[in-house]
Design a binder for this molecule. Structure first.
Ligand SMILES: Cc1cc2nc3c(=O)[nH]c(=O)nc-3n(C[C@H](O)[C@H](O)[C@H](O)COP(=O)(O)O)c2cc1C
Length: 354
């Protein structure tokens, strides 16, 4: 299915930049990856609708090749006053350390998915995906009727089946090793931590759709392994965090190249939703404190000022340092060089006989 699928995607190599929202959402990186014959991506979840529109247009202006836009499917959440008060107190200590006033309560917690989705329908990116949930079938149909290829993110076989029923064109199988937020939406995250090695072949067997493997794939050996497991393509996030086109804070980039990057954990500390990142002081302080962490996106909005100030100050103890378990395999290079190296390594790994 690999050749057919990459032909449908309009790319040269079975390689996708995984979508990454927040300070990692860079049109420049998406453009560089697409121009190198892989599929560039932009995680638009935290963008206001107009910013999302401008980002899509910026990518279009920078490449003739296909690219991929990703949003968070809407989730249900409550703004629990007791949790918010307790979490605010924790944040207060971090604010004091950073010399920051507040924390003030945010005016709003998330962008409107409806408005973001309307932009996607108007701007027609070649490929679109969601994480955190399945879209209603009529929404998938609306995307497909405009010629948009639709992907859905699954962390279990059951989620892959549910997504297949909505009419998506392919499944992103996100293993437990992956950096950033978990896409889980049917069972609890604790019951949805299937490693990429086990997840990919089971989803390939369960659904009659192309599968894109994601999570802990850090070099060509991982790409070769995923293709052998039946994946039609692979998506890499953490491997591109050190790309020259990824203007991350220097502290984050330095940590990704240190031994600390071998030590990642799942945490709700920064956003209220489980995500994998490099362990630091704030993550460790809130470990096991789910009782005081509000739901996503409430915690995410509340901790935004702390994370932003810490990033500016180079204080990595209070930043969310999203990274997957293969982070130490990442290399600081231009995106095109990363892609060329990954492909050469994968070719070599696939030629190695037993
Ligand atoms: C910094 C960062 C931000 C992420 N943001 C998103 C996002 O907005 N939407 C999404 O579907 N996945 C997001 N992810 C998950 C990736 O799309 C992908 O599943 C993951 O990076 C694959 O694992 P790897 O990091 O080990 O390569 C993010 C991952 C990272 C590292």
């Amino acid at each position: 299915m690999t050749k057919d699928f990459i032909r449908r995607l309009g790319i040269d190599h079975p390689l996708l930049l995984a979508p990454m929202a927040g300070e990692t959402a860079k049109p420049a990186l998406a453009i560089a990856v697409s121009n190198a014959g892989a599929l560039g991506a932009l995680g638009g979840a935290y963008m206001a609708p107009q910013t999302l529109r401008e980002a899509i247009r910026a990518i279009r202006a920078g490449t003739q090749r296909p690219f991929h836009i990703n949003l968070f499917a809407p989730t249900s959440w409550t703004a629990d006053p007791a949790k918010m008060a307790a979490y605010r107190e924790e944040l207060g200590q971090a604010h004091a350390t950073l010399g920051l006033a507040g924390p003030d309560l945010p005016n709003s917690y998330e962008e409107s998915f409806e408005a973001q989705f309307a932009v996607v329908l108007e701007e027609v990116p070649p490929v679109f995906s969601t994480t955190f949930g399945a879209l209603a079938p009529d929404r998938v149909a609306a995307l497909k009727s405009r010629g948009i290829l639709v992907l859905g993110t699954a962390t279990t076989v059951a989620e892959a089946r549910a997504l297949a029923q909505t009419g998506v064109d392919a499944i992103i199988a996100q293993g437990a090793e992956a950096g950033g937020h978990r896409g889980s939406f049917l069972a609890s995250v604790e019951h949805s931590l299937v490693g990429t090695m086990a997840l990919v072949p089971q989803i390939v067997s369960a659904v009659n759709l192309p599968v894109i493997a994601a999570g802990g794939i850090g070099d060509g050996r991982g790409i070769a392994a995923a293709l052998c497991l039946g994946a039609s393509a692979v998506a890499l996030g953490t491997s591109f965090l050190l790309a020259d086109e990824m203007a991350l804070s220097p502290g984050y980039k330095a940590l990704l190249q240190s031994e600390q990057a071998e030590n990642t954990a799942l945490t709700r500390a920064f956003s209220g939703r489980h995500a994998r990142g490099i362990r630091n002081a704030f993550l460790d302080r809130l470990a096991g404190r789910d009782d005081i962490i509000p739901d996503f996106p409430v915690a995410n909005a509340m901790s935004k000022a702390m994370r932003g100030a810490a990033s500016k100050a180079g204080q990595t103890d209070y930043q969310s340092l999203w990274a997957g378990q293969a982070a130490r395999l990442a290399r600081p290079e231009p995106a095109a060089a990363i892609i060329a190296r990954l492909l050469a390594e994968a070719r070599q790994a696939l030629q190695t006989g037993l």
